[in-house]
Ligand binder design. Structure first.
Ligand code: ZN
Length: 122
């Protein structure tokens, strides 16, 4: 597999965030992206193959998205886009976290992100 150089990887991830941010900014959400070079910079509880994770504060429509650049370097462009949408879906479904398990929330975020990404493909 071709591992992208850091600058090209970072550029395509930024493009994906710009392309899809409307799905959350439309609702008034604000978010910050923290680009991490590897697992050591990611929040605790993530693993080496975690490409991104989101810490959201739905009451205030604010979130921080952590991106693991090393894990993303092996992803295809389409995978990067669905990852970005997946993290945005975590923001939108954040109020449901109190009553649902983490795996179930990931399932919902994945299904929604693939649906939205599929709509782009037509
Ligand atoms: Zn997830």
């Amino acid at each position: 597999m071709n591992r992208l150089p850091r600058n090209k990887n970072l550029a395509r991830i930024r493009r994906a965030f710009k392309r899809w941010e409307f799905v959350v900014t439309h609702w008034g959400w604000k978010f910050t992206v923290v680009y991490c070079d590897g697992l050591d910079d990611m929040p605790s509880g993530t693993s080496a193959n975690t490409t991104a994770c989101t810490v959201a504060d739905w009451q205030y429509l604010k979130a921080t998205i952590y991106v693991n650049l090393t894990a993303c370097a092996d992803e295809t462009d389409d995978e990067i886009e669905t990852t970005v949408i997946h993290e945005f879906m975590h923001m939108l479904i954040d109020p449901l976290y109190d009553n649902n398990k983490r795996n179930e929330m990931d399932y919902i975020a994945t299904v929604l992100s693939r649906t939205i990404f599929g709509m782009k493909k037509g």
